[in-house]
Design a protein. Structure first.
Ligand code: 9UX
Length: 69
């Protein structure tokens, strides 16, 4: 069973930012795929189980950005 979570991430302005967010989110347990749309700041995360909100927030923080919501 696969779950897709869509996040809004504030502050990404280049492909390097995209890579940082992708790498940090990819580290989380159960995450299979991360797709970042730089223009909109929308991030689609595909995972085996629903994501832990705190883990997501920590990963975005680690990458140097903030969640929009
Ligand atoms: Mo992307 Mo650069 O934010 O400092 S513009 S990494």
């Amino acid at each position: 069973m696969s779950t897709e979570t869509t996040l809004g991430v504030v502050g990404m302005s280049c492909e390097h930012c995209v890579n940082a967010v992708t790498e940090e989110l990819s580290r989380l347990d159960g995450v299979n795929d991360v797709v970042v749309d730089l223009a909109s700041g929308r991030v689609a995360v595909t995972s085996d189980a629903p994501l832990d909100d705190r883990a997501v927030a920590a990963a975005i923080d680690e990458a140097g950005f903030e969640l929009a919501t």
